[in-house]
Design a protein around this ligand. Structure first.
Ligand code: MN
Length: 417
């Protein structure tokens, strides 16, 4: 599919993350006005809350709030109808662009907010390269992949309260730590605070029992970039036997635009060949991954960013649809607004690793930044940015940056002053 041209000229520019083919949904505000629903087009956001109020579109009043949850709950038919309407109204030969122009705001002038209310948050561990790299560091090469890994998309129940939108600063956590060669744990700021490059799937339909991979795929409304901040020293001490807990609860940053599954449809690709056949309930009925280029940049305080990593979502062993099918297999109910983290997305080469833990080999080989500084883990003042885009024929489906700056740990976390 080629670029679909819009009367919003900036949407047709080569390299625009938000051409008419994309139409990602977000929540924005201007000045002190209550945050409202919008769609990104070129260098603008179109105010859909106002458009619905004016009668130009009808989404059963679901766009009158400050999140996309009520609209998602309308179901797939409504998702398709709105996308078709917006495409018709914004394309180059649209009948009445003048009617929409008063509802366009420059992206540079608006503030972006959480695009949806996160009902619950689950994070997975589904890149074979990542699981092998990390497992080797934690348990040795012989036991890198746990015996269940090739059979189950491994996950843990995270905290919806940890999820914040791009731009929100992240404070270095305190926690209980224990170095391997020291007998007793102690309580201190994490010295191994890390990032994880992930894609987050936004569940747009509720379910109350097992759903198939095909159904799960249809239940996913869209995707965001996701940075699963991880305190490796807290994680190493706490993770057995129930998995990560405090190490992952400080913050989870997401990008501000939900890129719809519909926009990503032309970029589907199959999961890699199985080393061990999957049980039938996890089999892929059609390609359920997407070809999305991803990168991670790290900028020390007010300095030029360095690209740490370039990889692609198609490197995953399990897709979000397979993860959602597995998640519901026991009868686990899902809610509109559930967020599923893909797991760290690492590729096969050293330059494709999605966490500093892997890039610096557990801190043993710090990486050199373009500024000449070195990093094993993130330092206070560092700004980490995730970027993502599916590359089409003359256009790209961009995600919008997933960005956050690390603040120093509090001097005294229990201080009452
Ligand atoms: Mn993770």
């Amino acid at each position: 599919m080629p670029l679909q041209k819009s009367w919003v000229k900036s949407a047709n520019a080569a390299g625009s993350p938000f051409p008419l083919n994309n139409l990602p949904y977000g929540v924005f505000s201007i000045c002190d006005v209550t945050p409202r629903c919008g769609v990104a087009i070129g260098e603008f956001v179109l105010d859909l809350t106002a458009l619905e109020a004016s009668g130009a579109i009808d989404c059963k009043a679901t766009l009158q709030g400050s999140s996309w949850n009520a609209f998602m709950a309308l179901g797939a038919r409504a998702w398709t109808t709105l996308r078709t309407q917006l495409t018709t109204m914004l394309r180059e030969d649209a009948e009445d662009p003048e009617r929409l122009k008063p509802h366009l705001y420059r992206l540079a002038d608006v503030q972006l907010h959480m695009p949806f209310v996160v009902a619950e948050y689950t994070d997975f561990y589904a890149s074979r390269h990542h699981a092998t790299n990390v497992g080797t560091m934690f348990r040795g090469a012989e036991n890198a992949l746990p015996p269940n890994w090739l059979h189950i998309p491994i996950g843990y129940n995270g905290r919806a309260s940890s999820v914040v939108v791009s731009g929100t600063p992240v404070r270095r956590p305190w926690g209980q730590l224990k170095a391997p060669n020291v007998p007793e744990p102690h309580f201190a700021p994490s010295a191994r605070f890390d990032i994880e490059l992930e894609l987050g799937a936004v569940v747009g339909m509720a379910s109350t029992g097992p759903i198939s991979v095909a159904e799960a795929d249809a239940h996913i409304f869209g995707y965001v970039l996701l940075n699963d901040w991880s305190a490796r020293d807290i994680q190493a001490w706490e993770y057995q036997p129930l998995g990560p807990f405090q190490a992952k609860a400080t913050a989870t940053t997401i990008s501000p635009w939900i890129v719809t599954a519909a926009a990503l449809e032309p970029f589907r690709c199959a999961t890699p060949e199985r080393e061990v056949p999957l049980l039938p309930y996890l089999a892929e009925p059609f390609p359920t991954l997407f070809d999305i280029d991803l990168e991670v940049l790290l900028a020390p305080d007010r300095k030029t960013p360095t690209v740490l990593t370039r990889t692609n979502y198609k490197e995953m062993y399990y897709s979000s649809a397979q993860q959602l099918a597995h998640h519901t297999a026991c009868g686990c109910a899902m809610r509109v607004g559930d967020l599923l983290g893909s797991g760290t997305i690492s590729g096969p080469a050293p330059g494709n690793r999605g966490s500093l833990l892997e890039l610096s080999l557990g801190g043993q080989t710090p990486i050199e930044l373009d500024t000449g500084e070195h990093r094993s883990f993130v330092e206070d003042g560092d700004t980490v940015t995730l970027k993502g885009a599916a590359q089409g024929d003359g256009f790209s489906i961009g995600f919008g940056d997933c960005k956050a700056t690390v603040l120093p740990a509090l001097d005294d976390p229990y201080g009452r002053g």
